[in-house]
Ligand binder design. Structure first.
Ligand code: AMP
Ligand code: TRP
Length: 331
């Protein structure tokens, strides 16, 4: 990795199966931009623990997400890919940071309020501490940029506040990270509720990255459209617009070229073309995913090596933080 490039840290929760929206809006861009940034991709399994889940499922989803990222072209020789729980420094630094994080800062976090809902007294304390663990993830690697959606921006701002407080109390140690809100690209919507974004938490209206061709054809053929019988890119026809957007995002064609292709045709032609574009775009990824499935240890080995490299980077930073804060110096 080249030290002159900006270091970008992405944390991805292994919850649910990634969708076509994740692929178009995030994963394929990460693979494409690998040489522009010094990238760290961290599967944040410890964060996933803050919501109730089945142990075997969490383990399986961690493997699945890692294999999907690799199959999408994340190259472990150019980017660092690892699982958060393989690097104890993340929890080690979290504790130190909790001691300098005022309760008031955490009380302002909107994600905690929305996830805890009316259950504030019974949710695990981990959900409350969640943003401090996220701060530790980011600060251990001297991260410059953190690509996040609007919902996570507040957590990156908290990370900056915690880093500044630590640096102020104990001397400059942490790099102050910037949130990087990705430029608005194609937003892929739910096939059956096109006014909501396609999301892994609502699998019915979502295409999963690993869906086989038949499932893709079936889901797309049932996508909601309208009765206007007019093919154009118009927000008044959100279902149709979504299908056209998918075609555009996956084929790289212009609006004019796409509309020309459908002249004199009906919505069925658009659905067929959308389904085939998705199948074609995901085929190479799915093929590589199946190769990993036949040799699952390969993925575990990549994670293991990634974990070793991540520990080499993170441990000295944790040790320095421990020393600054007054803990015993190891002999
Ligand atoms: P999430 O699954 O919401 O945690 O999002 C992970 C990443 O995928 C973020 O960078 C999002 O911008 C992107 N993403 C998620 N859903 C969509 C969608 N429906 N359309 C486009 N991008 C998406
Ligand atoms: N909280 C993030 C989310 O839910 C995931 C995450 C954990 C993260 N640690 C991170 C994202 C560090 C960026 C950097 O999407």
């Amino acid at each position: 990795m080249d030290s002159k490039r900006q270091r970008v840290f992405s944390g991805i929760q292994p919850s649910g199966s990634p969708t076509l929206g994740n692929y178009i809006g995030a994963i394929r861009n990460w693979a494409r931009d690998q040489d522009r940034f010094d990238n760290i991709f961290c599967i944040v399994d410890l964060h996933a623990l803050t919501q109730p889940r089945d142990p075997e499922e969490l383990r399986a989803k961690t493997w699945e997400l890692s294999a999907i990222l690799l199959a999408a072209g994340i190259d472990p020789d150019r980017s660092l890919l690892f699982a958060q729980s393989d690097v104890p420094a993340h929890t080690g630094l979290t504790w130190l940071l909790t001691t300098i994080t005022p309760m008031g800062w955490l009380n302002r976090m909107t994600q905690f309020k929305s996830k805890a809902g009316s259950d504030r007294e019974s949710v695990g304390a981990g959900l409350y501490i969640y943003p401090v663990l996220m701060a530790a993830d980011i600060l251990l690697y001297h991260t410059n940029c953190v690509p996040v959606g609007e919902d996570q921006k507040q957590h990156v701002e908290l990370t900056r506040d915690i880093a500044e407080r630590f640096n102020g109390l104990f001397g400059e140690l942490f790099t102050i990270p910037e949130p990087m809100i990705p430029p608005v690209g194609a937003r892929i919507m739910d096939l059956y509720e096109p006014e909501r974004k396609m999301d892994k938490s609502r699998p019915t209206g979502a295409i999963s990255i690993l869906d086989p061709p038949d499932a893709i054809r079936k889901k797309v053929s049932r996508a909601v459209t309208d009765s206007l019988a007019s093919i154009r890119f118009s927000p008044e026809q959100p279902g149709l617009l979504n299908l056209l957007t998918i075609i555009q995002a996956l084929t790289g064609k212009s609006e004019e070229e796409i509309l020309e292709e459908f002249e004199g045709q009906g919505y069925k032609a658009v659905k067929d073309r959308a389904a085939e574009s998705i199948i074609e775009a995901l085929a190479p990824l799915q093929q590589r995913y199946r190769d990993y499935e036949r040799d699952p240890d390969q993925v575990d080995l990549i994670l293991q090596r990634g974990g070793e490299r991540a520990r080499e980077m993170a441990e000295p930073v944790l040790r320095e933080a421990q020393r600054r804060i007054g803990l015993r110096r190891p002999v």
